[in-house]
Design a protein around this ligand. Structure first.
Ligand code: PSU
Ligand code: MN
Length: 304
């Protein structure tokens, strides 16, 4: 059995059967600059508590799987340099070798499931990168959704990706993509896109029930909830699209690829929007955390 280090509040909540929401840590170490990353991580945790659930930020620290970080641990991770970005392939190696790493969507799902947590909030999942027909760069997040029974609340796939190919792969993998409250898929910084919602639910209780139904039917894998960024916080796609195109051109010129690509693009778009993309990113993560907490509370009210 894996030796999980729980934070005090997560240990108490899990043993009492109270609602817990997992949070990833790559967004802290590779997705946002210090100190906004730390401020955001703390706000997101408080948003979850305000809805009556307990936040469990997941990371690997010195070879141990942490489920819930104490304030000092969160503080240290937010400022640490050279932290590994862990996905399904590298997380067990990091644990075995005593390393420290932050968890992507895929690795956070694995950690959450190992700890018995069924709901997880993030910003945007990874997916099929533009130009994947040449690079074959498709995030392991998609495969993980097909295998691990965790409901992941996001604001869509990150708009730096090839969105239609990302939705097609999820369809092929049998991952339900459930949009909350509208008929179009959201596109991370933008609340709407031109793509039709594959599925739609409006109520957290329905999302909790469909999570349970998968388990009852023995269907493996999780579900993806696409929760649109609030309209007041969005960057309309007409504004963000040319900036994304420019950032991708810059990445090609500098030959950025693999694990470094997503962090590079997020940082470059932050510069090109003079910080606006970060404000939108923070707003959407908080919005997702609140919805995830509501789903977790509903799940606790359902029979297992
Ligand atoms: N959501 C955000 N910012 C991020 C990420 C998600 O708002 O930085 C991270 C997640 O950890 C996701 C990862 O799993 O980006 C995708 O990386 P890649 O494209 O290399 O698989
Ligand atoms: Mn990749």
């Amino acid at each position: 059995m894996i030796d999980i280090r729980h934070s005090t509040e997560v240990a108490e909540a899990l043993s009492a059967g109270r609602p817990v929401v997992a949070l990833e840590s790559t967004i802290i170490t590779h997705g946002m600059p210090y100190p906004r990353n730390l401020e955001t991580a703390r706000m997101v945790e408080d948003d979850i508590r305000a809805e009556g659930a307990v936040p469990a930020t997941i990371a690997v620290i010195e070879g141990r799987l942490h489920v819930g970080l104490e304030p000092a641990e969160l503080d240290a991770l937010a400022q640490a340099k050279g932290v590994a970005k862990l996905s399904r392939a590298d997380m067990p190696v990091c644990l075995a070798s005593g390393g420290t790493g932050s968890t992507t969507v895929a690795a956070t799902m694995i950690g959450a499931h190992a700890a018995g947590i069924e709901v997880f909030a993030t910003g945007g999942i990874g997916g099929v990168h533009r130009g994947a027909e040449d690079s074959f760069d498709i995030s392991a997040d998609l495969q993980e959704l097909a295998q691990t029974p965790v409901t992941v609340v996001c604001a869509g796939a990150k708009a730096i990706l090839d969105l239609p190919k990302t939705w097609e792969v999820l369809e092929t993998l049998g991952v339900p993509v459930i949009v909350r409250g509208q008929d179009q898929l959201p596109a991370f910084w933008s609340s709407r896109s031109e793509y039709e919602a594959p599925l739609r639910l409006d109520e957290p209780a329905q999302m909790a029930r469909s999570h349970r139904m998968r388990g009852a039917l023995g269907v493996p894998g999780g579900q993806l909830i696409a929760n649109p960024i609030p309209a007041a916080d969005e960057i309309p796609s007409a504004e963000i699209t040319p900036i994304i195109t420019r950032a991708i051109g810059d990445a090609e010129r500098h030959r950025i690829s693999g694990k470094a690509l997503t962090p590079y693009l997020l940082q470059r778009i932050f510069e090109l929007t003079e910080g606006r993309s970060l404000e939108a990113n923070i707003a959407l993560v908080r919005n997702n955390a609140r919805l995830a907490a509501l789903i977790a509370c509903e799940l606790c009210a359902l029979p297992v």
